[in-house]
Design a binder for this molecule. Structure first.
Ligand SMILES: Nc1ncnc2c1ncn2[C@@H]1O[C@H](COP(=O)(O)OP(=O)(O)OP(=O)(O)O)[C@@H](O)[C@H]1O
Length: 883
C-alpha cells in the first residue's frame, strides 16, 4: 500500500493511502468483521470478574445500566399517553387516568435519577477503583520486568505509550471520573453500547406504533434516520484524518528552526539548565533566537495536534455538508407543507373516526375547530420531539458503536503489550525450549528445585573444567571468547566487522580467574562500559560467547581406610556459558555501579536498601509493623544500611541532614505540595521588592499572612508525621517532607524536587549514595544481618565498577580503593576507569581498549615492558606528577 504525504505546517504527515471509496466507515465495517472483538471483551470481563469483590458490583451495575436503557422509552410511552389523554379529553376517566399517567411519567424521571446516582456513587466509583488498581498492577508488573533492549526499543516504547496513555486520553472524553482505567472505560463503553441499543430498540417499538397511524410517519422516520446516518458519516469522515485509532499514520518534523525554537523553549523552562544559562549569559541570545525563529516560521510552527486541528477546521465544504444541514430542517418543512396543504382523508382516517378524535393524524388546516387544532398541535409536538429523540438515540448508538470499537482495539493493544516478552532470554527459558524441542517427557527443572550455584554447574552440558593449583580463591571467573556486539538500532551493514564502526565491541577475548582484579582502560566510547553491560546480561553479544567460571573447592575427604582425597588449596573452575544461568541468580551474584548511576525518588535509606531487594522488602515490612521482633529486625537492617553507607562514604554527610537517612532524594512527580493564590504578591529579591503582579496592596499583606499560615501548617504536619514515625520505629528519623533549619525563623520549607537531586546533593554525594547501594549488595545476604561474627555470607561474587571514583575527591577515592583492596581474592572485580595508578598497578589483568578492539592486555609490568599505548599513557600521567 502506498503512502500519502501531507504537509501540515512544519510537520510531514505520512498516511496509509486509502482509496477514495475506502473511507473510514467502509474500512471500519471491514475491521468489524475481521477483528475478533468478542475475544477482547471476554478476556476483559474474565479479568474483571476475577478481581475480588468485583463480581457482585459488576452484576448490579449491568442490571442497573439495562434498566436505565429501558427508562427513556418508558418515559416516551407515558409522554405519548399523556398527550393522548390531553388530545381526547373524556370527562369520566380523564382526571384519574391523567393523574396516574403523569405519576408514572414522573416516577420514570425519579427512578432514572436514583438509578444514575446509585450507579455512579455506589457501583461505578468502587468498581472503577478496584479495576484501576488491578490493571495498574499489571502495568507496573510489565514496566518492572522488561529488560534493557526491550524497554528501550522505540517501537515498544511507542506501543506502551499508546496502550497506557489510552486510558487517560479516553477518560477525558468519558463521562465518568477522569481517572478511570482503560479497562473500566472499555467496560463502560461496552455497556453504553448495550444500553443505547436497548434504548433504541424500545424507542423504535413505541415510535413505530406512533408513526404507523400517521400519514407522514414513514417519511418522517426515514428522514430522521437518514439525518442521523449522514451526521455520523460526516463526523467519521472529519475525524478520520489523523485521529488516533483510525488508519495508520505518522508525522515528523525536520525543520531546524522549529527544533531549535522548541529546544530553546525547553532549555529556559527547565531548572537544570539554569546555571549554564546564567553563567554563560545566554538568556539574551536565547530570547532573540527564539523570537527570530518563531517569527520566521509564523503559523506553520506549532504543536502537531494544534496544527492538525487547525488543518481540519480549514478544510473545504464537502458534499455531505450540503446534504446534512438542510436535512435537519426537512421535518419542519413537511409540517408546514402539511399545514398549508392537508392531505385528503385516507382509508385509515375513516369517516367513522373524526379527525378531532384521532390524535395521531396531522389535520391542521385553516378553518378547523379549536379542539382539533389543539389535538393536532400536540400530536405535531410529540412527533417532532420523538423524531428528534430517535435521531439523537440513533446517532448516539452509531457513535457509541465506533467509540466502543476503538476502546476494544485499545484494550486489545493493551493486552498485547502486557504479553511482550523480553529479548534477553532467561537461562531456564532456553533450557525449557531445548527440552520442548527434544520432546522430553520430564518436567523442566524448576528454579526453586536447584538450590546451589555449584549444583547447577554440574547439570550443565556445555561446560569446560579447568584446574587451578594456585591459592584457593573465591569469586567468579570470566571468559570472553571472540565477543562482538552492537547496540540495537545501530546501523547494520554487511561490511566485515573490522571495517564497521557500528560495533561497540569486536572480537574481544580475555579470561579472568575467580577472585581476580581486572581494569578496563581506553579512550571514550571504546567499549569499556559495554563489557560490563554484557556481563550483567543487560544485552547479549551478537557473536562469540561469554562464560562464567564457577569455582568448586575440593574438600578433603577421608575414605574408609583413613586416606585423604582431594587436593588442598585447589579449586576446579567450571566454565558455563552465561546464557545458561537463570538471570535472577546470575544477577544476585553480581553488584554493579554504573557510570550513569541514578538515585530513585525515594528516601536515602530506601535508595541504599534497594541494593538488596530482599533487605528492602524486610525494611518496608518491619517499618510497617509495630511488634518488638520487627523493631529488632528493623534495627539490624538499619545497621546494615549504615554499614554500607560507611563503606560507600555517604554516612558522614547523610547523618548531618535534617531528616538523615529518611531524606527524600527527590519528590516523585505528582506528590509536590500544591499551592493556590500565592506567588501573586511580591517577591523579595536582594532586599528589593519586585512586583509579581495582580494583587492590590491591602490584599497583598493578607495574602502573605495566609501564605505564611498555610506554610507553617504544612511544616507542622511534616513534623507531626516525623515524630509519629520516630515513636513507632523507636529510632531514626522519617518524614515525607524535607525541612532545613534556618536559625531564627525555625523551619523553612525547601522546595523538594526543584533541583535535580532534591536536597541539593553534590555530584560526589550522589555517587557516594550510589556506591553505598552497591556495597550493600555485597554485604551479607541475610536480610536481618544475623551474621554476628562478621563473616561475609554474601552471594555476590563479582563486583563491577564503571568509573566508581569519577566524582569523588582524592581522599574519598583513596578510602574507596582501600576498602575494595580488602576484598581482593574474595570477589572478582572489574573496573572501567580512565585513571592510571594504584588500581592498574595491582591489577591481575589490564585490557586496553581502543575503538571497540582490545589492543593490549596483560599486567602492569607486562604492559610497561611491551612499551605500547598503555606504557605511553602511563608515562604521560607519571610525567604530569613529576613536572
Ligand atoms: N545505549 C546505547 N545505544 C547505542 N550505542 C551505544 C549505547 N551505549 C553506548 N553506545 C555506543 O557504544 C560505543 C561504546 O560505548 P561505551 O559506553 O561502552 O564506551 P566507554 O568505553 O565506556 O566510554 P567512556 O569512557 O566514555 O565511558 C560508543 O560508540 C557508544 O556511542
Amino acid at each position: 500500500m502506498t503512502l500519502k504525504h501531507t504537509r501540515v505546517g512544519v510537520w510531514h504527515v505520512f498516511q496509509e493511502n486509502q482509496t477514495e471509496h475506502e473511507t473510514s466507515w467502509t474500512s471500519s465495517w471491514s475491521t468489524w468483521t475481521t477483528f475478533n472483538y468478542s475475544r477482547v471483551v471476554v478476556r476483559l470481563l474474565r479479568d474483571i470478574v476475577q478481581i475480588p469483590k468485583c463480581r457482585l458490583l459488576l452484576a448490579t451495575y449491568i442490571v442497573v445500566q439495562i434498566c436505565l436503557g429501558f427508562l427513556p422509552a418508558l418515559s416516551l410511552h407515558y409522554s405519548s399517553q399523556l398527550l393522548d389523554i390531553l388530545s381526547t379529553p373524556s370527562p369520566s376517566t380523564a382526571p384519574q387516568h391523567l393523574f396516574l399517567t403523569a405519576l408514572a411519567r414522573f416516577s420514570c424521571t425519579v427512578l432514572s435519577l436514583l438509578l444514575s446516582h446509585l450507579s455512579q456513587t455506589h457501583l461505578l466509583n468502587p468498581l472503577n477503583h478496584l479495576i484501576r488498581q488491578h490493571f495498574s498492577f499489571k502495568q507496573f508488573h510489565l514496566l518492572s520486568r522488561l529488560d534493557v533492549p526491550t524497554f528501550t526499543d522505540p517501537h515498544l516504547q511507542n506501543q506502551i505509550q499508546q496502550a497506557f496513555s489510552a486510558s487517560s486520553l479516553s477518560s477525558s472524553s468519558s463521562s465518568s471520573s477522569s481517572s478511570s482505567s482503560l479497562a473500566m472505560i472499555t467496560l463502560e463503553s461496552t455497556l453504553k453500547l448495550l444500553t443505547t441499543f436497548i434504548h433504541l430498540s424500545s424507542q423504535l417499538l413505541i415510535l413505530t406504533r406512533l408513526f404507523h397511524s400517521t400519514p407522514d410517519g414513514s417519511l418522517l422516520f426515514t428522514i430522521s434516520l437518514a439525518h442521523s446516518m449522514l451526521t455520523w458519516a460526516y463526523n467519521n469522515q472529519r475525524d478520520w484524518i489523523f485521529s488516533a485509532g483510525s488508519g495508520i499514520w505518522g508525522a515528523t518534523t525536520r525543520s531546524k528552526k522549529f527544533l531549535r525554537m522548541q529546544g530553546l523553549k525547553q532549555a529556559v523552562s527547565m531548572e537544570r539548565h539554569r546555571k549554564e544559562i546564567v553563567a554563560g549569559d545566554m538568556g539574551g541570545f536565547m530570547y532573540r533566537e527564539f523570537t527570530r525563529c518563531s517569527t520566521l516560521l509564523g503559523r506553520s510552527a506549532g504543536d502537531f495536534f494544534a496544527l492538525i486541528a487547525e488543518y481540519r477546521s480549514s478544510q473545504n465544504l464537502g458534499f455531505l455538508d450540503f446534504l446534512r444541514e438542510p436535512m435537519a430542517e426537512l421535518p419542519l418543512i413537511i409540517y408546514i407543507f402539511r399545514f398549508l396543504f392537508p392531505p385528503p382523508p385516507s382509508s385509515h382516517t375513516t369517516s367513522s373516526q373524526p379527525p378531532s378524535q384521532s390524535p395521531n393524524i396531522i389535520s391542521i388546516a385553516p378553518g378547523t375547530t379549536a379542539a382539533t387544532e389543539t389535538a393536532s398541535l400536540l400530536t405535531l409536538t410529540l412527533i417532532s420531539t420523538t423524531t428528534a429523540s430517535l435521531s439523537s438515540t440513533l446517532l448516539s448508538f452509531l457513535t457509541s458503536l465506533e467509540d466502543t470499537k476503538r476502546k476494544w482495539e485499545e484494550a486489545d493493544r493493551f493486552y498485547k503489550v502486557l504479553e511482550v516478552g523480553n529479548r534477553v532470554k532467561d537461562g531456564y527459558e532456553d533450557e525449557d525450549e531445548e527440552e520442548d524441542e527434544a520432546e522430553s517427557p520430564e518436567e523442566p527443572t524448576s528454579p526453586s528445585e536447584t538450590t546451589s550455584w555449584e549444583e547447577k554447574s554440574e547439570v550443565r552440558t556445555q561446560t569446560t573444567t579447568t584446574k587451578t593449583t594456585t591459592t584457593q580463591r573465591r569469586g567468579l571467573g570470566i571468559q570472553f571468547i571472540n565477543v562482538s556486539f552492537r547496540y540495537p538500532g545501530s546501523s547494520s551493514s554487511s561490511s566485515p566487522i573490522n571495517d564497521d564502526n557500528s560495533w561497540a565491541l569486536r572480537n574481544v577475548s580475555f579470561e579472568i580467574q575467580p577472585g581476580g582484579l581486572c581494569v578496563l582502560l581506553g579512550t571514550n566510547g571504546s567499549g569499556k562500559s559495554t563489557i560490563l553491560k554484557l556481563l550483567m546480561r543487560l544485552y547479549d553479544p551478537d557473536e562469540g560467547e561469554i562464560r562464567i567460571g564457577v569455582p568448586i573447592v575440593e574438600e578433603e575427604e577421608e575414605n574408609e581406610k583413613g586416606e585423604k582425597r582431594g587436593e588442598v588449596g585447589t579449586s576446579t573452575v567450571t566454565w558455563i556459558p552465561i546464557h545458561q544461568f537463570r538471570l535472577e541468580e546470575l544477577r544476585r551474584r553480581m553488584a554493579v555501579l554504573f557510570q550513569d548511576y541514578t538515585l530513585f525518588p525515594l528516601t536515602i535509606q530506601e535508595n541504599i536498601a534497594l541494593g538488596d531487594p530482599e533487605l528492602a522488602a524486610a525494611l518496608f515490612s518491619s517499618s510497617s509493623s509495630s511488634s518488638s521482633s520487627s523493631s529488632t529486625a528493623l534495627q539490624k537492617i538499619t545497621q546494615k544500611i549504615h554499614q554500607a553507607s560507611v563503606l560507600g562514604g555517604s554516612h558522614s554527610f547523610v547523618a548531618r541532614l535534617p531528616e538523615g537517612y529518611d531524606t527524600i532524594v527527590e519528590r516523585p512527580n505528582g506528590t509536590g505540595d500544591v499551592w493556590s493564590g500565592v506567588g501573586l504578591g511580591s517577591y523579595e529579591g536582594d532586599g528589593q521588592e519586585v512586583g509579581m503582579g495582580g494583587v492590590e496592596e491591602d490584599q497583598e499583606e493578607e495574602d502573605e499572612g495566609a501564605f505564611e499560615r498555610i506554610r507553617r501548617a504544612m511544616i507542622w504536619l511534616g513534623e507531626k508525621e516525623r515524630r509519629k514515625r520516630e515513636r513507632k520505629k523507636g529510632l531514626g528519623r522519617m518524614g515525607g517532607s524535607m525541612y532545613a533549619h534556618d536559625g531564627d525563623e525555625g523551619y523553612d520549607a525547601i522546595p523538594i524536587g526543584s533541583s535535580e537531586w532534591g536536597f541539593g546533593l553534590s555530584g560526589g554525594q550522589v555517587q557516594r549514595i550510589a556506591l553505598s547501594r552497591t556495597f550493600l549488595r555485597s554485604l551479607s545476604s541475610s536480610p536481618t544481618g544475623d551474621d554476628s561474627e562478621g563473616n561475609d555470607k554474601t552471594d555476590v561474587s563479582l563486583l563491577l565498577f564503571d568509573e566508581p571514583s569519577a566524582s569523588l575527591d582524592p581522599q574519598a577515592e583513596h578510602d574507596l580503593f582501600e576498602r575494595l583492596r580488602m576484598l581482593r581474592g574474595e570477589k572478582t572485580m572489574v573496573f572501567s576507569s580512565h585513571r592510571f595508578g594504584r588500581l592498574t598497578r595491582g591489577a591481575d589483568l589490564i585490557l586496553y581498549i581502543h575503538n571497540s578492539l582490545v589492543i593490549e592486555s596483560g599486567s602492569h609490568t607486562e604492559l610497561l615492558e611491551k612499551g605500547g599505548e598503555y606504557a605511553r599513557i602511563w608515562g604521560l600521567s607519571k610525567r604530569a606528577f613529576e613536572e
